[in-house]
Ligand binder design. Structure first.
Ligand SMILES: C[S@@+](CC[C@H](N)C(=O)[O-])C[C@H]1O[C@@H](n2cnc3c(N)ncnc32)[C@H](O)[C@@H]1O
Length: 232
């Protein structure tokens, strides 16, 4: 069983945890989000708003489910993650996608290499996520964009209560039936609870050097899309 203390994971523990859930990751996601993840992913593509030929880094791409719609739209997409297990599952499904193993806090890319960087349900998992925000800034060209899609804080108090119940009780028990490593989903629930709310995350983006951070709530704030620009 994963406890609150386990939230202080080392990066290698996080990579090993995702290696362990990789095979059933996409199925588990669909079940736990009750299919909402597809809608959230469409909103990310719209928010990143790239043209065919633009260069995109999808960081913490996992099995590359978050990268696929960009590549399919003709965007030059690089899916990067530090879990080789997750990348392998993605590569099996989509061998045509470009995948690069890398740590989000020390990316193997040149300064300004991308027109935009996006990260879906991954920033919360980067142990030093502030360092991750600074590293994403480094690899984005001046004037380029960042879009973060992450679990956040429901804005409607009664929904917040029901949702917290779901996270702490139902989600781990559903995960026990679907996932190959249900304990990882206890960690998931705890990490969502401990994550900064919409305003606090926008503040952290600004501290990392991003400009004009704004957010839009999806599913009443269960998920938030944060957007910002690298100053010119
Ligand atoms: C919940 S998955 C999200 C995958 C994908 N973006 C999606 O939307 O389905 C989080 C991913 O973050 C990756 N991750 C966590 N810390 C990382 C780091 N420091 N560098 C690179 N990837 C990291 C994990 O390996 C995992 O694949």
């Amino acid at each position: 069983m994963v406890t609150r203390a386990d939230l202080d994971k080392q990066p290698r523990d996080v990579a090993a945890m995702f290696d362990g859930v990789a095979d059933r990751y996409d199925l588990t996601n669909d079940v736990l989000s009750m299919g909402q993840d597809r809608r959230w992913r469409r909103a990310v593509v719209k928010a990143v708003a790239l043209q065919p030929g633009d260069r995109l880094l999808d960081l913490a791409a996992g099995t590359a489910t978050s990268s696929e719609p960009f590549a399919d739209a003709g965007v030059r997409t690089v899916a990067s993650d530090f879990s080789l297990g997750m990348l392998r599952v993605g590569h099996r499904r989509r061998p045509d996608l470009s995948m690069v193993a890398g740590d989000g806090t020390r990316l193997p890319f040149a300064d300004g290499a991308f027109d935009a960087v996006t990260i879906s349900f991954g920033l919360r998992n980067i142990v030093d996520h502030r360092a991750g925000l600074a590293e994403m800034l480094r690899v984005t060209r001046p004037g380029g964009r960042l879009v973060v899609c992450e679990f956040s804080r429901p804005t409607f108090a009664p929904l917040r209560t029901v949702y917290t119940e779901y996270l702490m009780r139902a989600l781990p028990s559903v995960a026990r039936r679907v996932s190959s490593n249900p304990d990882a989903y206890v960690y998931l629930a705890e990490s969502i609870r401990a994550w900064p709310d919409q305003r606090a995350l926008a503040g952290q983006m600004a501290e990392a050097g991003w400009q004009g951070a704004q957010w839009r709530n999806l599913s009443a704030g269960i998920v938030a899309l944060h957007r910002a620009v690298r100053p010119v």
